[in-house]
Design a binder for this molecule. Sequence first.
Ligand code: NDP
Length: 275
Amino acid sequence: MSNRYTVFGQPIAHSKSPSIHSMFGELTGRSINYTRTESTPTHFAQTLDEWQQAGGKGCNVTLPFKETAAQLCDHLDQSAKDAQAVNTIHFQDGKRYGYNTDGSGLLRDLTSNHNFTITNKRILLLGAGGAARGTLGPLIAQAPHSINIANRTVDKAMALAASFPGTLCDLLATGYSDINDEDQFDLVINATSLSLQKALPPLPTNLFAAGALSYDMMYGTEDTVFMIWSRQHHAEQVCDGLGMLIEQAADAFEIWEGVRPNTETVYTYIKSELS
Ligand code: NDP
Protein backbone atom coordinates (compact mmCIF):
# COMPACT_ATOMS: atom_id res chain seq x y z
CA MET A 1 0.00 0.00 0.00
CA SER A 2 1.18 3.57 -0.74
CA ASN A 3 2.33 5.86 2.07
CA ARG A 4 -0.06 8.80 2.18
CA TYR A 5 0.97 12.44 2.52
CA THR A 6 -0.71 15.79 2.00
CA VAL A 7 0.02 19.51 2.12
CA PHE A 8 -2.26 21.74 4.22
CA GLY A 9 -2.70 25.39 3.29
CA GLN A 10 -5.17 28.13 2.43
CA PRO A 11 -5.19 28.65 -0.51
CA ILE A 12 -3.57 25.41 -1.68
CA ALA A 13 -4.77 24.80 -5.26
CA HIS A 14 -1.56 26.40 -6.65
CA SER A 15 0.80 24.12 -4.69
CA LYS A 16 3.49 22.29 -6.66
CA SER A 17 4.15 19.90 -3.77
CA PRO A 18 2.05 16.99 -5.16
CA SER A 19 3.97 17.09 -8.48
CA ILE A 20 7.33 17.38 -6.68
CA HIS A 21 6.69 14.52 -4.26
CA SER A 22 5.20 12.25 -6.94
CA MET A 23 8.42 12.67 -8.90
CA PHE A 24 10.49 12.00 -5.76
CA GLY A 25 8.48 8.78 -5.31
CA GLU A 26 9.21 7.66 -8.87
CA LEU A 27 12.90 8.57 -8.61
CA THR A 28 13.40 6.65 -5.37
CA GLY A 29 11.10 3.72 -6.19
CA ARG A 30 8.82 4.54 -3.24
CA SER A 31 5.08 4.11 -3.57
CA ILE A 32 3.57 7.31 -2.25
CA ASN A 33 0.31 9.17 -2.64
CA TYR A 34 0.52 12.94 -2.06
CA THR A 35 -2.53 15.24 -2.13
CA ARG A 36 -3.52 18.83 -1.31
CA THR A 37 -5.82 19.63 1.63
CA GLU A 38 -7.42 23.04 2.02
CA SER A 39 -8.27 24.06 5.58
CA THR A 40 -9.08 27.19 7.57
CA PRO A 41 -7.50 28.64 10.71
CA THR A 42 -10.57 27.53 12.68
CA HIS A 43 -10.57 23.96 11.37
CA PHE A 44 -6.86 23.25 10.90
CA ALA A 45 -6.41 21.33 14.19
CA GLN A 46 -9.41 19.15 13.42
CA THR A 47 -8.37 18.55 9.78
CA LEU A 48 -4.91 17.52 10.97
CA ASP A 49 -6.45 15.09 13.51
CA GLU A 50 -8.62 13.58 10.80
CA TRP A 51 -5.67 13.14 8.44
CA GLN A 52 -3.64 11.39 11.16
CA GLN A 53 -6.56 9.16 12.22
CA ALA A 54 -7.15 8.20 8.59
CA GLY A 55 -3.62 6.72 8.42
CA GLY A 56 -1.62 9.54 6.81
CA LYS A 57 2.12 9.01 7.33
CA GLY A 58 2.99 12.69 7.29
CA CYS A 59 2.16 16.09 5.90
CA ASN A 60 3.56 19.40 4.82
CA VAL A 61 2.12 22.61 6.18
CA THR A 62 2.18 25.96 4.43
CA LEU A 63 0.64 29.41 4.93
CA PRO A 64 -1.14 30.26 7.16
CA PHE A 65 -0.79 27.18 9.41
CA LYS A 66 2.95 26.79 10.08
CA GLU A 67 2.94 28.44 13.53
CA THR A 68 -0.22 26.60 14.66
CA ALA A 69 1.27 23.33 13.40
CA ALA A 70 4.24 23.82 15.77
CA GLN A 71 1.83 24.05 18.69
CA LEU A 72 0.04 20.88 17.61
CA CYS A 73 3.16 18.66 17.52
CA ASP A 74 4.32 16.38 20.35
CA HIS A 75 8.02 16.85 19.53
CA LEU A 76 9.86 19.62 17.66
CA ASP A 77 13.36 19.27 16.28
CA GLN A 78 15.79 22.20 16.65
CA SER A 79 14.89 23.65 13.24
CA ALA A 80 11.21 23.87 14.23
CA LYS A 81 12.04 25.25 17.68
CA ASP A 82 14.21 27.99 16.14
CA ALA A 83 11.58 28.83 13.53
CA GLN A 84 8.67 28.50 15.98
CA ALA A 85 6.95 27.03 12.95
CA VAL A 86 6.58 23.62 11.31
CA ASN A 87 6.39 22.83 7.61
CA THR A 88 6.80 19.04 7.90
CA ILE A 89 5.09 16.61 10.28
CA HIS A 90 5.94 12.91 10.57
CA PHE A 91 3.37 10.72 12.34
CA GLN A 92 5.00 7.86 14.23
CA ASP A 93 3.41 5.63 16.89
CA GLY A 94 0.53 8.07 17.30
CA LYS A 95 2.87 11.01 17.93
CA ARG A 96 3.54 14.07 15.79
CA TYR A 97 7.17 15.00 15.08
CA GLY A 98 7.55 18.52 13.70
CA TYR A 99 10.37 19.89 11.53
CA ASN A 100 11.06 23.03 9.56
CA THR A 101 12.95 22.27 6.36
CA ASP A 102 12.73 25.79 4.85
CA GLY A 103 16.14 26.78 6.22
CA SER A 104 17.92 23.58 5.22
CA GLY A 105 16.26 23.85 1.78
CA LEU A 106 17.54 27.40 1.28
CA LEU A 107 20.98 26.40 2.48
CA ARG A 108 21.25 23.45 0.16
CA ASP A 109 20.05 25.52 -2.79
CA LEU A 110 22.63 28.21 -2.08
CA THR A 111 25.56 25.95 -1.32
CA SER A 112 25.00 22.90 -3.56
CA ASN A 113 23.03 24.28 -6.52
CA HIS A 114 24.57 27.77 -6.69
CA ASN A 115 28.01 26.91 -5.25
CA PHE A 116 27.84 29.80 -2.81
CA THR A 117 29.93 29.65 0.39
CA ILE A 118 28.24 31.40 3.31
CA THR A 119 31.11 31.25 5.81
CA ASN A 120 32.61 34.73 6.44
CA LYS A 121 30.13 36.44 4.12
CA ARG A 122 28.14 39.60 4.87
CA ILE A 123 24.44 38.77 4.64
CA LEU A 124 21.47 41.10 4.33
CA LEU A 125 18.23 39.30 5.23
CA LEU A 126 15.20 41.32 4.12
CA GLY A 127 12.06 40.55 6.14
CA ALA A 128 11.40 39.15 9.59
CA GLY A 129 8.35 36.94 8.96
CA GLY A 130 8.05 33.17 9.05
CA ALA A 131 10.42 32.49 6.15
CA ALA A 132 13.16 34.73 7.60
CA ARG A 133 12.74 33.10 11.01
CA GLY A 134 12.96 29.62 9.49
CA THR A 135 16.20 30.36 7.67
CA LEU A 136 18.09 32.38 10.27
CA GLY A 137 19.30 29.43 12.40
CA PRO A 138 20.72 27.45 9.47
CA LEU A 139 22.38 30.61 8.08
CA ILE A 140 24.01 31.39 11.43
CA ALA A 141 25.26 27.79 11.66
CA GLN A 142 27.36 28.42 8.53
CA ALA A 143 29.37 31.07 10.43
CA PRO A 144 28.88 34.08 8.16
CA HIS A 145 30.77 37.29 8.98
CA SER A 146 27.52 39.14 9.75
CA ILE A 147 23.77 39.08 9.24
CA ASN A 148 21.78 42.30 9.01
CA ILE A 149 18.06 41.61 9.35
CA ALA A 150 16.17 44.55 7.83
CA ASN A 151 12.41 44.79 8.13
CA ARG A 152 9.63 47.36 7.68
CA THR A 153 8.57 46.71 11.29
CA VAL A 154 11.89 47.12 13.07
CA ASP A 155 10.58 45.64 16.34
CA LYS A 156 9.99 42.33 14.57
CA ALA A 157 13.55 42.31 13.25
CA MET A 158 14.82 43.06 16.76
CA ALA A 159 12.71 40.30 18.29
CA LEU A 160 13.99 37.85 15.69
CA ALA A 161 17.63 38.76 16.34
CA ALA A 162 17.05 38.53 20.09
CA SER A 163 15.82 34.96 19.74
CA PHE A 164 19.35 33.90 18.68
CA PRO A 165 21.43 35.06 21.68
CA GLY A 166 25.15 34.39 21.87
CA THR A 167 25.46 34.06 18.11
CA LEU A 168 29.07 34.06 16.93
CA CYS A 169 28.49 36.22 13.85
CA ASP A 170 27.45 39.90 14.10
CA LEU A 171 23.65 39.96 14.15
CA LEU A 172 22.04 43.33 13.50
CA ALA A 173 18.36 44.32 13.32
CA THR A 174 17.41 47.48 11.44
CA GLY A 175 14.83 49.22 9.29
CA TYR A 176 15.46 49.70 5.57
CA SER A 177 16.40 53.37 6.02
CA ASP A 178 19.21 52.36 8.40
CA ILE A 179 21.12 50.68 5.57
CA ASN A 180 23.76 53.17 4.44
CA ASP A 181 24.97 53.88 0.92
CA GLU A 182 28.38 52.50 1.95
CA ASP A 183 27.03 49.17 3.25
CA GLN A 184 27.79 46.27 0.95
CA PHE A 185 26.73 42.63 1.16
CA ASP A 186 27.86 39.35 -0.39
CA LEU A 187 24.46 37.72 -0.05
CA VAL A 188 21.09 39.51 -0.10
CA ILE A 189 18.03 37.37 0.63
CA ASN A 190 14.56 38.72 -0.01
CA ALA A 191 12.35 36.99 2.56
CA THR A 192 9.60 39.62 2.34
CA SER A 193 6.34 38.94 0.55
CA LEU A 194 6.78 42.14 -1.50
CA SER A 195 7.51 40.33 -4.77
CA LEU A 196 3.96 38.96 -4.65
CA GLN A 197 2.80 42.58 -5.02
CA LYS A 198 5.49 43.29 -7.65
CA ALA A 199 7.04 45.75 -5.18
CA LEU A 200 10.55 46.34 -3.83
CA PRO A 201 11.85 47.14 -0.36
CA PRO A 202 13.44 50.64 -0.32
CA LEU A 203 17.17 49.88 -0.59
CA PRO A 204 20.35 51.70 -1.61
CA THR A 205 21.45 50.75 -5.13
CA ASN A 206 25.11 49.96 -4.40
CA LEU A 207 24.21 47.15 -2.04
CA PHE A 208 25.93 44.32 -3.85
CA ALA A 209 29.61 43.62 -3.19
CA ALA A 210 31.72 42.13 -5.98
CA GLY A 211 30.59 38.53 -6.60
CA ALA A 212 27.36 39.03 -4.63
CA LEU A 213 24.41 36.67 -4.88
CA SER A 214 20.86 38.00 -4.74
CA TYR A 215 18.18 35.49 -3.71
CA ASP A 216 14.43 36.05 -3.86
CA MET A 217 12.50 33.36 -1.97
CA MET A 218 9.55 33.97 -4.25
CA TYR A 219 9.32 32.03 -7.53
CA GLY A 220 6.92 32.08 -10.43
CA THR A 221 6.51 32.07 -14.17
CA GLU A 222 8.85 35.02 -14.66
CA ASP A 223 11.66 36.85 -12.85
CA THR A 224 10.49 38.91 -9.88
CA VAL A 225 10.93 42.68 -9.70
CA PHE A 226 13.57 42.08 -7.02
CA MET A 227 15.55 39.82 -9.36
CA ILE A 228 15.36 42.38 -12.16
CA TRP A 229 16.41 45.18 -9.78
CA SER A 230 19.30 43.06 -8.49
CA ARG A 231 20.63 42.48 -12.01
CA GLN A 232 20.34 46.19 -12.79
CA HIS A 233 22.44 46.91 -9.72
CA HIS A 234 25.18 44.41 -10.50
CA ALA A 235 24.47 41.35 -8.38
CA GLU A 236 26.65 38.66 -9.96
CA GLN A 237 24.25 35.75 -9.38
CA VAL A 238 20.48 36.20 -9.19
CA CYS A 239 18.21 33.34 -8.09
CA ASP A 240 14.56 32.75 -7.32
CA GLY A 241 13.15 30.48 -4.60
CA LEU A 242 12.21 27.49 -6.75
CA GLY A 243 15.39 25.65 -5.76
CA MET A 244 14.57 26.28 -2.09
CA LEU A 245 11.06 24.91 -2.60
CA ILE A 246 12.36 21.71 -4.14
CA GLU A 247 15.21 21.22 -1.66
CA GLN A 248 12.93 21.75 1.37
CA ALA A 249 10.57 19.18 -0.15
CA ALA A 250 13.45 16.71 -0.61
CA ASP A 251 14.38 17.17 3.07
CA ALA A 252 10.77 16.43 4.05
CA PHE A 253 10.73 13.36 1.80
CA GLU A 254 13.89 12.10 3.49
CA ILE A 255 12.35 12.55 6.95
CA TRP A 256 9.33 10.44 5.91
CA GLU A 257 10.87 7.87 3.59
CA GLY A 258 14.49 7.68 4.80
CA VAL A 259 15.98 8.42 1.39
CA ARG A 260 16.88 11.79 -0.16
CA PRO A 261 15.83 12.05 -3.80
CA ASN A 262 17.97 13.62 -6.49
CA THR A 263 16.49 17.07 -7.05
CA GLU A 264 18.04 18.06 -10.39
CA THR A 265 15.51 16.48 -12.75
CA VAL A 266 12.62 17.61 -10.55
CA TYR A 267 13.89 21.20 -10.66
CA THR A 268 14.15 21.09 -14.45
CA TYR A 269 10.66 19.63 -14.81
CA ILE A 270 8.93 22.07 -12.42
CA LYS A 271 10.80 25.02 -13.96
CA SER A 272 9.56 24.04 -17.42
CA GLU A 273 6.03 23.49 -16.06
CA LEU A 274 6.08 27.02 -14.57
CA SER A 275 7.28 28.67 -17.74
P1 NDP B 1 5.20 36.53 6.31
O1 NDP B 1 3.84 37.04 6.05
O2 NDP B 1 5.46 35.76 7.56
O3 NDP B 1 6.23 37.76 6.31
C1 NDP B 1 6.14 38.76 5.33
C2 NDP B 1 7.35 39.69 5.38
O4 NDP B 1 7.21 40.62 4.31
C3 NDP B 1 7.46 40.49 6.66
O5 NDP B 1 8.81 40.73 6.96
C4 NDP B 1 6.75 41.81 6.27
O6 NDP B 1 7.20 42.94 7.00
C5 NDP B 1 7.21 41.96 4.84
N1 NDP B 1 6.29 42.81 4.08
C6 NDP B 1 5.02 42.51 3.68
N2 NDP B 1 4.48 43.56 3.04
C7 NDP B 1 5.40 44.56 3.06
C8 NDP B 1 5.43 45.90 2.58
N3 NDP B 1 4.38 46.42 1.93
N4 NDP B 1 6.56 46.62 2.76
C9 NDP B 1 7.62 46.09 3.39
N5 NDP B 1 7.65 44.84 3.89
C10 NDP B 1 6.56 44.08 3.73
O7 NDP B 1 5.59 35.68 5.02
P2 NDP B 1 6.68 34.51 4.91
O8 NDP B 1 7.84 34.93 5.72
O9 NDP B 1 6.07 33.21 5.19
O10 NDP B 1 7.01 34.51 3.34
C11 NDP B 1 7.83 35.52 2.76
C12 NDP B 1 8.13 35.17 1.31
O11 NDP B 1 8.91 33.98 1.23
C13 NDP B 1 6.87 34.90 0.46
O12 NDP B 1 7.06 35.49 -0.81
C14 NDP B 1 6.84 33.39 0.33
O13 NDP B 1 6.21 32.97 -0.87
C15 NDP B 1 8.33 33.07 0.30
N6 NDP B 1 8.63 31.69 0.74
C16 NDP B 1 9.25 30.86 -0.15
C17 NDP B 1 9.56 29.58 0.19
C18 NDP B 1 10.24 28.70 -0.81
O14 NDP B 1 10.33 27.49 -0.57
N7 NDP B 1 10.74 29.23 -1.89
C19 NDP B 1 9.25 29.03 1.55
C20 NDP B 1 8.63 30.01 2.42
C21 NDP B 1 8.32 31.27 2.01
P3 NDP B 1 6.44 43.38 8.38
O15 NDP B 1 6.98 42.47 9.43
O16 NDP B 1 6.83 44.78 8.55
O17 NDP B 1 4.96 43.18 8.15
